[in-house]
Design a protein around this ligand. Structure first.
Ligand SMILES: [Mg+2]
Length: 249
């Protein structure tokens, strides 16, 4: 019997919206969870938008969200790098570049990679490879295979992370989902135990496996990047709903 749910963690892309459009019923689902007195967290690996833009997008889609409820992988990465006094070579999207501007990046002793889109080209990846091959640790904001826009699946940064790992003979530390530190810090912010928190996601590895490995409950939605092949790969106890609008909390 799972513990009573006290906090709900909503993934964003693929759960509450797809591209620029809200998933039908998403705002109402968040409202219902809030009205039931559940603690709400928005947990995202999105690294192509700064926090302010994410909050503005949720507002535009009619989804109520407080800044303190948003936990993004880039912010977790920044905290980690600051805490460990690292000087990263940052392969990040231009939209979040300024969030990392407080870091000393001269003479890099680490590599940080995110969904940097057009910045992930031979020269930049080669620089990252050379640093990692010389011993610099590799940090990934996420390691997702793909994400979903309104129309289609698109390649995410995981392929580049795996490529660097392979070439440099190293293993990346993932600072967003499914990294255990990330889940732990979001759980800690609620004041509840992991077993009292429920992760709602469309990504099998980052959302579902990540949450279950950290002792949370998890529900997979059949929106966003969901593929029918996921059904046979679900750990015991994970529920599946057609969309966030079908959640029963
Ligand atoms: Mg997602």
């Amino acid at each position: 019997m799972p513990a009573a749910c006290q906090a709900v963690f909503f993934d964003l892309s693929g759960v509450l919206y797809e591209g620029s459009k809200a998933v039908t019923g998403a705002a109402k689902a968040v409202d219902q969870a809030r009205n039931r007195g559940l603690t709400i967290r928005f947990v995202t690996n999105t690294s192509t938008k700064c926090r302010e833009d994410i909050l503005n997008k949720l507002d535009r889609l009619g989804i109520e969200a407080e800044p303190s409820e948003l936990f993004s992988a880039p912010m977790a990465a920044l905290e980690y790098l600051l805490k460990h006094d690292l000087r990263p070579y940052c392969l990040v999207h231009e939209a979040i570049e300024y969030e990392f501007s407080c870091l000393d990046r001269r003479d890099p002793n680490a590599v940080l990679i995110g969904d940097a889109r057009g910045r992930l080209h031979y020269e930049s990846l080669n620089r990252a490879f050379q640093l990692c091959h010389a011993g610099a640790p590799l940090f990934a904001i996420g390691k997702n295979r793909y994400f979903k826009t309104e129309e289609e699946l698109q390649l995410d940064s995981g392929a580049f992370v795996v490529g660097l790992e392979w070439a440099a003979g190293t293993e990346a530390v993932v600072l967003g989902k499914p990294g255990p530190e990330f889940f732990r810090s979001v759980v800690e912010s609620t004041g509840f135990s992991a077993s009292e928190c429920l992760m709602i996601g469309d990504d099998l590895e980052s959302d579902i496996y990540g949450a279950i490995d950290c002792g949370l409950q998890a529900t997979l939605v059949r929106t966003g990047k969901y593929q029918p092949s996921y059904d046979s790969k679900l750990p015991d106890g994970v529920s599946v709903v057609d969309s966030v609008a079908d959640l029963v909390l």
